[in-house]
Design a protein around this ligand. Structure first.
Ligand code: BGC
Ligand code: NOJ
Length: 846
C-alpha cells in the first residue's frame, strides 16, 4: 500500500489548511474510510454503506440495450443511443443526488410503514444494506423490520431488455402481509428534448396496459415504430402509469401517496409524465420467500406491422409477448443470468495474472478489463458525469480505447476501426467525433485536431498485433463516408501519416490545429466571449503554433507504420517512414528540448510553452511521457533527464499532475486549459489518462520500481482506504484526481468513461508485466519491481493458451525464456508450429 489511510503531515501549511477546510465542509469532517470491499472470488465490489460520497455506479448491458445503475438503484436505461433512445428518465445534478431509478418499495400492510430495500428513495435506516456490483449486473438488498429483500438487475445477452428479480423473505416470527411496488419513470425518447421542450412533451405521453404489462408508446402513433414496456410476473397486480396519480401532488419519490396508502390506482397516462408502477401483495409465513420478476424492455416493430388490428391505434404485441413471457419466468431469468456470467468469465479469462500485489491483480483480472469494455461500449456518452446527450464517439478516444479491449472483442474492434476510418477525410485528417447511430462525422465539431489521424495508425497496429488479421488492411473504406471514395484501409494509414508532413510549422514541428491530445490547449482560439467553444472557434490562421506532443506521436506512429509496411513486404516504404520519424526526432532534439525536459508547444507568437522560461506551465507531462514512450532521447540521456524532471516537478502522492506551475489566471493565448481553477482537469489536475505514458517511459528506462509505484498511486483499488478523499468508485479509474493546487487534492472526478482505462491496462499488462502483443507473436519482457519474486499469467493469444511463469533470479530486467522446456533466443515466443493449443513459457529475470 502506497497511500496510508491516515496520512501524516509535517506541518500545518496554508495549503493543508485549505484541504482541511474542504474536507470539513464537504466531507462532514469524516475520517478516511471505506464503504465496502472487493469480493475478488465473485468478481464483485460489495458496498455496505448506502451513502457513498457519490453514486457508485455500474453498467448493465453490453450489446445494444444499456443502463447505468447506482448503488442505491438510481440510473436509467437506453437502447443504443443514450440521447435518442432513452427509455427512462434521470435527473442529472439534482439535489439530493442521484434521482430517478429502478425503484422498489415494500409496505407493511399491517402497520402501514413503507421503505425501499435499496435505501433510495426513502432512505430508511436499513439493516445489512448490501449492493454487489458485478460483471454486467447489480444486486441490491437489505433487511428492514424483519423483512429481507434484494433485487438483482441485469440485461440478458442478445435481448433488448433488463430483468429485475426481487426476492422478499419474511424473517419475522409471525406472518407478514406486505405490498411490493416497483416503478420507473419513462423518458420520452430524446433525452435532450425530454428535459427542455415542455410545451410539446407535456402533451404527447401515451401508454397502453394489457395483460398486466405497461406499454409506453409516446410518439408511436406517428414516426416511431418502437415502444418500451414494463412487465411483472404476478397476475392480478395493480398498476399506475400517470406520475401524478402515483406520487400525489407535490410529493417526491421518497413518499408516493399511493405507496403510503397501500393502493395503486390503475391510472392511464395521457400527456404529462408516463410512469410504470406495479403493486403486488404478499402474504408470507415465517421464513417464507417469494420471488417477483419485473422486465423492462424495448421493442421495434416492422413499420408495416405497427398496429393490431391494422388501421387501429393499438400496438401490435404479437412479436414482443413471447419475449416478455419468457423472461418473466424465474428459471429462464436464472438461466439468462448464468449465461451472462459465463460470457464475462470467458472475456476476462483471456488474460489473468497472479502477482504479489493484490491491487494489480484485481484491476488487471477484473475491473480494469471490465472498465475497458464499458469505455468501448459507451465511448464518452453515458455515466454519472456524461449526460448521454453530449458528444458522439471521439476519433482519438475510440482509437485509444482499442488498446484496452481489442483482446476481448477483436471482431467488434475491427468493425470500430472500419467505422472510424470511414469518417476520415481525404486530406488524412479526421472528424473529431462521429455519431454512433448514423456513423457519420460530426459537422458541429468538424476536424482540425492535428493529432487525430495518428491514433488510427496506433489503433490498427494494436489490432494487427493482437489478431494477426492482415486482411483488414485491404478492406475498402470510404473517406468521409462518400460512396465511390473507397480505398484500402492501408491507404488511410498512409494518408494519416502524410497529414502531418503537409502541416509543419516554423520550427519544422507539427502545427497544432485546434488542439492535440490536450483538447484544452487552444493555441489558435483567442476567445474572450463567454460560451464560445474553445475547440471550434478558430480566430488565428494556425500557421505558427506547433505541438511537440504531435511530433512525439508522429515519431511513434511512424515506427508502427514502418513495422506494418515491412511486414507487408514494402521495405523501402518502411525505410521512408523511419527516415521521416528520424527527421522529426532530430527536430525534437533541436527545438523540442528545454534543457531538463521536453517542451510542450510553441504558441501563436512562436513563444515556448512548457519551458523554464515560462512563468507558469513550465513543465508538462504529455511530451515528457510520450516522447520517452516513443523512445526519443533514450540514447543520449534526455529521456532519463525528462523522467527525473517529471518525478521532481509533477509527481505527487496521488499521481502525476499535468503541468506545473498551474495557471493562476486566464491566458487568452492558451485557451481552455487556463479556464480551470488551479489543480483541476487540464490545469494541473492529475489527468490519469497520461500517467501511463510516464509509467511506460519508466519501463523503457528499466525502472520497474518507479513504474509500478506511479501505477499504484492512481490505482483505484490501492486508493480504496481513502474513499472519503477519493470519493469516486474504488473499482474503476476516474479521468481526473484533483492536483496539489486544488483544495480538494486527491479527490477524483469523472469516473468510468475515460481513456485512462485503456492506457492503464496497456501500461500494466504490456509494459510492466511485459506480456506484450507484437506483429511477430507474443513478447514477454517484464519490467517489474525488484521486490517481486515473479508472477504467473495465462494469456489466450491467437487461439493459443500461453501459461506464463516468471521467476526473478537477479535484480535486472534481462529475460531468458524457455518454451515448453526449450530455451529460445530473444523475448518473442514463436507461435507453436505443430498446432498445439497450449504452450508453457518460463521466464527467468536476472
Ligand atoms: C474537457 C476536456 C475534453 C473537452 C472536449 C473540455 O471541457 O476539459 O477534457 O476533452 O472538453 O470535450
Ligand atoms: C478528454 C477527451 O475525451 C480526450 O480526447 C482528451 O485527450 C482529454 N480530454 C484531454 O484533454
Amino acid at each position: 500500500m502506497l497511500i496510508a489511510a491516515k496520512r501524516p503531515r509535517k506541518s500545518f501549511d496554508w495549503h493543508f489548511g485549505l484541504e482541511l477546510y474542504w474536507r470539513h465542509t464537504f466531507f462532514n469532517g469524516a475520517s478516511d474510510m471505506k464503504y465496502g470491499h472487493f469480493d475478488d472470488q465473485n468478481r464483485e465490489y460489495v458496498i455496505t454503506q448506502p451513502d457513498t460520497p457519490l453514486p457508485w455506479i455500474n453498467y448493465l448491458g453490453c450489446q445494444a440495450y444499456f443502463g447505468i445503475i447506482s448503488n442505491t438503484a438510481g440510473g436509467y436505461s437506453f437502447y443504443r443511443d443514450a440521447r435518442l433512445r432513452r427509455l427512462t428518465r434521470y435527473r442529472y445534478n439534482n439535489a439530493p443526488f442521484d434521482f430517478g431509478g429502478r425503484y422498489v418499495y415494500l409496505r407493511d400492510d399491517q402497520s402501514g410503514e413503507f421503505w425501499s430495500p435499496s435505501w433510495q428513495p426513502t432512505r430508511h435506516d436499513l439493516k445489512d444494506y448490501t449492493c454487489r456490483h458485478g460483471m454486467g449486473y447489480t444486486t441490491i438488498g437489505s433487511e428492514y423490520s424483519g423483512i429481507q429483500a434484494q433485487t438483482r438487475y441485469f440485461v440478458p445477452l442478445d435481448e433488448n431488455l433488463e430483468i429485475w428479480q426481487l426476492t422478499v423473505t419474511n424473517r419475522r416470527p409471525a406472518r407478514a402481509q406486505l405490498s411490493s411496488f416497483a416503478c420507473i419513470e419513462f423518458c420520452l425518447w430524446d433525452a435532450q428534448d425530454d428535459a427542455t421542450n415542455f410545451q410539446r412533451n407535456f402533451n404527447t405521453g401515451q401508454v397502453e396496459v394489457e395483460g398486466g404489462v405497461i406499454y409506453h408508446k409516446t410518439e408511436y402513433r406517428e414516426r416511431r415504430n418502437h415502444f418500451a414496456y414494463f412487465a411483472c410476473s404476478e397476475p392480478g397486480a395493480t398498476f399506475d402509469t400517470q406520475r401524478e396519480a402515483f406520487l400525489g401532488r407535490y410529493r417526491g419519490w421518497d413518499k408516493p401517496a399511493t405507496v403510503e396508502a397501500g393502493q395503486l390506482t390503475n391510472s392511464i397516462a395521457h400527456g404529462w409524465s408516463p410512469i410504470g408502477a406495479h403493486q403486488v401483495k404478499l402474504d408470507l409465513a415465517p421464513g417464507e420467500s417469494r420471488q417477483i420478476v419485473f422486465v423492462l424492455g424495448y421493442h421495434e416493430n416492422p413499420i408495416d406491422r405497427k398496429f393490431d388490428p391494422p388501421g387501429s391505434q393499438t400496438i401490435n404485441k404479437t412479436l414482443v409477448k413471447p419475449v416478455i413471457a419468457r423472461y418473466l419466468n424465474a428459471s429462464e431469468a436464472d438461466a439468462a443470468f448464468e449465461r451472462l456470467r459465463q460470457y464475462w468469465d470467458g472475456l476476462l479469462n483471456i488474460f489473468q495474472v497472479n502477482t504479489p500485489d493484490i491491487h494489480t491483480n484485481r484491476m488487471v483480472n477484473i475491473w480494469n478489463a471490465y472498465q475497458c469494455m464499458a469505455t468501448f461500449n459507451m465511448s464518452r456518452s453515458a455515466s454519472f458525469y456524461e449526460s448521454g446527450i453530449g458528444r458522439g464517439l471521439g476519433f482519438r478516444d475510440s482509437n485509444q480505447d482499442l488498446l484496452g479491449f481489442v483482446h476481448m472483442a477483436p471482431a467488434r474492434a475491427r468493425e470500430r476501426i472500419i467505422d472510424l476510418a470511414a469518417t476520415q477525410l481525404p486530406t488524412g485528417g479526421a472528424y473529431h467525433q462521429y455519431q454512433p447511430l448514423t456513423k457519420r462525422g460530426n459537422n458541429d465539431i468538424g476536424g482540425g485536431f492535428n493529432d487525430d489521424p495518428h491514433w488510427l495508425i496506433l489503433g490498427v497496429s494494436a489490432y494487427l498485433k493482437e489478431t494477426g488479421d492482415w486482411s483488414i488492411l485491404d478492406e475498402k473504406v470510404p473517406y468521409d463516408n462518400e460512396p465511390g471514395s473507397e480505398k484500402p484501409l492501408y491507404e488511410h494509414l498512409q494518408r494519416s501519416f502524410r497529414y502531418t508532413l503537409a502541416r509543419l510549422g516554423p520550427h519544422g514541428l507539427p502545427l497544432i490545429g485546434r488542439a492535440d491530445w490536450n483538447d484544452c490547449l487552444n493555441l489558435n482560439c483567442f476567445s474572450d466571449t463567454p460560451g464560445q467553444s474553445f475547440q471550434t472557434t478558430t480566430n488565428k490562421d494556425g500557421k505558427v503554433a506547433e505541438s511537440v506532443f504531435i511530433a512525439g506521436l508522429f515519431v511513434h506512429a511512424g515506427q508502427e507504420l514502418a513495422a506494418i509496411a515491412r511486414h507487408r513486404g514494402l521495405a523501402s516504404e518502411a525505410s521512408s517512414y523511419l527516415a521521416e520519424a528520424a527527421k522529426m526526432e532530430s527536430v525534437i532534439h533541436e527545438h523540442g528540448w528545454d534543457g531538463e525536459w521536453f517542451l510542450r508547444a510553441y504558441d501563436d507568437f512562436g513563444a515556448k510553452i512548457g519551458s523554464r522560461e515560462c512563468e507558469e506551465g513550465k513543465i508538462f507531462i504529455e511530451t515528457n511521457g510520450y516522447c520517452v514512450l516513443a523512445g526519443i532521447g533514450i540514447e543520449d540521456g534526455k529521456a532519463a533527464k525528462a523522467m527525473t524532471a517529471v518525478g521532481e516537478h509533477l509527481a505527487t502522492k496521488h499521481g502525476i499532475v499535468l503541468q506545473q506551475p498551474a495557471y493562476s489566471k486566464y491566458y487568452l493565448n492558451l485557451g481552455e486549459i487556463s479556464s480551470y481553477p488551479p489543480g483541476y482537469k487540464e490545469n494541473a489536475g492529475i489527468f490519469c489518462h497520461n500517467n501511463p505514458w510516464v509509467i511506460i517511459g519508466e519501463t523503457r528506462l528499466g525502472h520497474g520500481d518507479l513504474a509500478h509505484d506511479y501505477y499504484s498511486r492512481i490505482n483505484p483499488s490501492a486508493r480504496e482506504e481513502i474513499s472519503d478523499l477519493h470519493r469516486c468508485e474504488p473499482y474503476v479509474y476516474a479521468q481526473m484526481i484533483a492536483g496539489k493546487d486544488a483544495p480538494s487534492f486527491g479527490e477524483a472526478k469523472n469516473s468510468w468513461l475515460t481513456g485512462t482505462a485503456a492506457w492503464n491496462y496497456y501500461a500494466i499488462v504490456q509494459w510492466i508485466l511485459g506480456v506484450r502483443t507484437s506483429l511477430d507473436g507474443l513478447q514477454i519482457a517484464p519490467v517489474i519491481p525488484k521486490s517481486w519474486p515473479g508472477f504467473t499469467a495465462t494469456r489466450t493469444f491467437r487461439g493459443v493458451v500461453y501459461k506464463i511463469s516468471i521467476e526473478r533470479k537477479g535484480e535486472g530486467n534481462r529475460i531468458a525464456l524457455t518454451v515448453d522446456g526449450k530455451p529460445i533466443e530473444g523475448d518473442i515466443v514463436p507461435p507453436p508450429a505443430d498446432g498445439r493449443k497450449e504452450v508453457s513459457v518460463k521466464g527467468v529475470l536476472s
